[in-house]
Design a protein around this ligand. Structure first.
Ligand code: SAH
Length: 303
């Protein structure tokens, strides 16, 4: 069987929505990568200029391919009403080339000072002190190549201290939960509303040998708010509008007084609205990090 490769070249603002749409049709997930700079050279910690991103997926060239293509284009035309969308570019890839075609789009990526994200099938040069995360992203978002994830990894590396109790809300592939555990967290609770993400994150967590520290569950904020659990550090890489909605649902209360909260998935124009919502839920914004159009907001719960 052959495969159809579909690629869209988009800006940072459109990437998330397009990736979500392709996710429905793509086999083994969706790759999001910056155009121009190879992923293994993004580790210099400097803010990237506004970039175009390639969003790419593969679907089987079988008798349902035409239907999938029609649905995909209909989905794009809906998105186009809110935001201009490019035309998708299609290529047919022969089966024997597919696995390789797919894998060449994922490379080991260095992030922050010590983190190295390695796709399961790739070799990587480990240096002393490296913290390696081996991932099979499968169908879940979170391969380490997306700027929103990279911002979280850098902030986690800076804010993590041994023994912290961490909450990863919207864990996807589990990448941030694994990073937190490997950086010294005492315990990590990883939640996602998508059961597929929970299954994949669990596999990735076991693969990385941190299953004793990390608990994965299907669920979201409400399951934490209604429990007695409070966290020293929370990381939420979802989307601005979801973070803002969570602020009305006691998001701030799950952070212990004095604890730290990291919010990502925010386009720079939305950062002010997110910070205003954070203040209302009792969190004090303390810093912003930026990569291209994407912003991470750091906050603290006052004592
Ligand atoms: N943490 C990963 C994945 C981020 S993608 C990373 O940083 O790369 C966002 C994830 O949040 C998706 O897996 C999605 O299923 C999940 N999600 C979306 N809305 C959510 C909600 N309200 N509560 C919990 N998880 C949610």
């Amino acid at each position: 069987m052959d495969w159809i490769e579909v690629t869209l070249s988009v800006d940072g603002e459109a990437a998330e929505a397009v990736a979500e749409l392709l996710q429905r049709y793509g086999h083994q997930g969706v790759a999001v990568e910056q155009e121009g700079i190879p992923p293994d050279q993004w580790d210099d910690g400097e803010a990237q200029p506004a970039q175009r991103l390639s969003v790419r997926a593969y679907f089987p060239a079988d008798d349902r391919a035409e239907q999938a293509r029609l649905e995909l284009e209909q989905g794009l035309s809906y998105l186009n009403m809110m935001y201009p969308m490019p035309q998708p570019v299609y290529h047919t890839v022969r089966d024997e080339d597919w696995a390789e075609a797919w894998k060449v789009h994922y490379h080991p990526v260095r992030i922050g000072r010590r983190l190295l994200i390695r796709p399961l099938w790739a070799q990587a040069d480990l240096q002393p002190g490296d913290v390696e995360i081996a991932l099979d992203p499968g169908m879940a978002f979170g391969t380490g190549t997306h700027p929103t994830t990279q911002l979280c990894l850098e902030a986690l590396e800076d804010r993590m201290q041994p023994g912290l109790r961490v909450l990863d809300l919207g864990t996807g592939s589990g990448i941030l939960a694994i990073a937190a555990a490997k950086l010294g967290a005492a315990s990590v609770l990883a939640l996602d509303i998508d059961p597929v993400a929970v299954t994949i994150s669990q596999e990735n967590i076991e693969q990385n040998g941190v299953a004793e520290k990390v608990t994965t569950q299907t669920g979201s904020l409400e399951s934490v708010v209604t429990s007695a659990r409070r966290f020293d550090l929370i990381v939420v890489n979802i989307l601005a509008k979801i973070i803002i909605a969570m602020c009305d649902q006691h998001l701030g209360e799950v952070v212990r007084p004095g604890g730290v909260a990291l919010f990502s998935g925010i386009i720079d124009e939305q950062a002010g609205d997110v910070e205003a919502a954070l203040r209302k839920t009792g969190l004090e914004p303390t810093a912003r990090r930026q990569q291209g159009d994407w912003v991470l907001v750091e906050a603290r719960r006052p004592h």
